[in-house]
Design a protein around this ligand. Structure first.
Ligand SMILES: O=C(O)C(=O)C[C@H](O)[C@H](O)COP(=O)(O)O
Length: 315
């Protein structure tokens, strides 16, 4: 595998009209889940991608599992389990900047994961392990699963990328900070938003973050700043990259996972920091132009067009 990740996927109920949820009568059933979104994105770009998960042994679990397989993801580490319904969430789109999530995932199928379920051979045979802060927020035991995964990655010289993806609807800020900080000694690449950096490391200043990152031996730090673009630090080099493109905003959910996808792709291809940031930003821009959490994730040929490297023929 080029990249493997672990997470809880959900059915996403996407509202067909904007406004408060109590007035929305029609939804489109879609699929979300931060880590699955990254797996889909990586697979679409052509990377060999594996996703470790547990889903309910129900219609939604079957749907998500075949969707992931259809996207070309290796699902050999996905099991459908009895007694735990597949997670669901409803999106509420008030306007393009105010989107709320309502989760129904307290009894997630990932509750059954045991530390022994992480297969060292699978980790060892991958180039990148991607983790996010959503999976450990679901219950109290997933943090041990993540720790096992990243410890095995470190032991086998596999790169660990980390997106804190802090969801305060799933846990408190203090708990998120304590758990997510425990992952940092195993992280090589930190891809964070400004608010998350503040919560996790107490700063949004890149110079301070670089110093803090040195304590944990983090070699890449990427600070995402939305429409202002991203700042990246890699082994002594610091680059402030403005977004390459702007896109009509249709649905911002999934943009962060799109960015992580683009950065992981660049990492595997050993691109320069500047190209990596440009590419990651462009993937995120693609995602926000399409409704749904992962539908907008591009293929490699789409990227050539958006980066102005290939002409698009539409008709
Ligand atoms: O919210 C959750 O817990 C989910 O897992 C559902 C979503 O699919 C991702 O959160 C999207 O993540 P972003 O790319 O950061 O917008």
């Amino acid at each position: 595998m080029d990249v493997i990740t672990i997470g809880d996927a959900l059915i996403t109920m996407n509202p067909q009209t904007s406004g408060p949820l109590r007035f929305v009568n029609t939804f489109e059933r879609k699929i979300g889940g931060a880590e699955l979104n990254v797996a889909i994105g990586c697979s679409r770009l052509g990377l060999k991608t594996g996703w470790i998960s547990r889903l309910g042994n129900d219609e939604f679990g079957r749907y998500i599992s075949s969707y992931a397989r259809g996207e070309g993801i290796d699902t050999s580490k996905v099991e459908l389990v009895n007694g735990f319904p597949t997670s669901v969430y409803f999106k509420e789109i008030l306007n393009e900047e105010r989107i709320n999530s309502y989760y129904y995932r307290h009894n997630s199928p990932t509750n059954v994961f045991k530390v022994e379920d992480i297969d060292e051979e699978y980790v060892k045979n991958s180039k990148v392990v991607h983790i996010s802060g959503v999976f450990p927020a679901i219950n109290d035991t997933n943090k041990d699963i993540v720790l096992q995964l990243v410890k095995l990655a470190k032991k086998n010289n596999v790169i660990v990328t980390f997106d804190p993806n802090i969801r305060l609807k799933l846990w408190s800020g203090e708990k998120a900070k304590a758990v997510l900080q425990s992952f940092l000694p195993f992280v090589d690449v930190l891809i964070t938003g400004e608010e998350e950096a503040e919560l996790l490391l107490g700063s949004t200043n890149i110079e301070e973050l670089i110093e803090l990152g040195k304590h944990y031996d983090i070699s890449h730090i990427v600070l995402k700043r939305g429409e202002k673009g991203a700042i990246g630090y890699k082994g002594g080099e610091l680059i402030d990259a403005s977004p390459v493109i702007s896109s009509k905003i249709v649905d911002t959910i999934g943009a962060g996972d799109g960015f992580a996808t683009g950065y992981i792709y660049s990492l595997i291809n050993d691109w320069s920091l500047e190209r990596s940031l440009r590419f990651a930003n462009a993937v995120a821009c693609y995602v926000i132009g399409v409704p749904g959490d992962n539908e907008g994730l591009p293929y490699l040929e789409d990227m050539a067009v958006i980066l102005g490297e290939k002409e698009q023929i539409t008709r």
